[in-house]
Design a protein around this ligand. Structure first.
Ligand code: PKZ
Length: 178
């Protein structure tokens, strides 16, 4: 069989991974929120390439203290904008612990108001601005240690059911013609 020959093999049904049903609403307390799963790029403790973000609930949403390091360099001494986007997306993902339903990023918008420096402490905050059915409108900021906001972000997350994580959904308008 060549690489381009369609396979007749029927894939095994995918099992529901352990991490998917484990989405409680967690009350505000002093403990770090649990990672989505161990290898998550944003928060997984077992992902050596990840950001290993730790966040906590508070009265408004969630917050985190974070430093970017040399793995995330863009311009010298400055964090890569994509790395910053990853961490903000992750913080929104951890904000879902205040919702108790799985949801995924549909739209993410970031204003980089000033450079984020490597090996420098920052405080990240995120909260739910509004909910409209499945649509979660989320907002976040990154502050430096002088409490100046240097990054702002908004996101639209859409709640999904477990099947989202078990099937590869293809948008109906996608044209797969090479
Ligand atoms: C308790 C703890 C939980 C933890 C929970 C963990 C989850 C797991 C975490 C893994 C770690 C996380 C990390 C971070 C979060 C990622 O990074 S998630 C990964 C990146 N995101 C993705 O892969 C999502 C890819 N996109 C999709 O699969 C599909 O587009 C979606 C999101 C499932 C939505 O598809 P759909 O259901 O067909 O949605 P669609 O009908 O097109 O739109 C729904 C509604 O939204 C509206 N809409 C769509 N786009 C827009 C827009 N840009 N502006 C305004 N409205 C819009 C539509 O108009 C529609 O409105 P209504 O007509 O209903 O009023």
């Amino acid at each position: 069989m060549t690489e381009n020959t369609p396979s007749t093999h029927t894939p095994e049904p995918r099992q529901v991974p352990d991490w998917i049903p484990a989405f409680p609403v967690l009350a505000p307390d002093s403990a770090d929120l649990p990672p989505h799963h161990d290898h998550c790029l944003g928060c997984g403790p077992a992902n050596p390439h990840g950001h290993q973000l730790r966040a906590r609930r508070d009265a408004h949403g969630v917050h985190a203290h974070h430093r970017f390091d040399s793995r995330h360099v863009g311009a010298p001494a400055i964090a890569h904008g994509g790395a910053v986007a990853t961490v903000l997306d992750e913080l929104f993902g951890l904000l879902l612990y205040t919702v108790g339903e799985p949801a995924v990023t549909r739209h993410l918008a970031i204003d980089y108001l000033a450079p984020i420096l490597l090996d420098t402490p920052y405080t990240l905050r995120a909260h739910i601005h509004a909910r409209d059915g499945r649509k979660l409108h989320l907002q976040a900021t990154i502050e430096n240690d002088h409490a100046h906001v240097i990054t702002t972000a908004t996101a639209l997350f859409l709640t999904v059911d477990v099947n989202h994580f078990l099937t590869h959904n293809t948008p109906p308008h996608t044209d797969n013609t090479p």
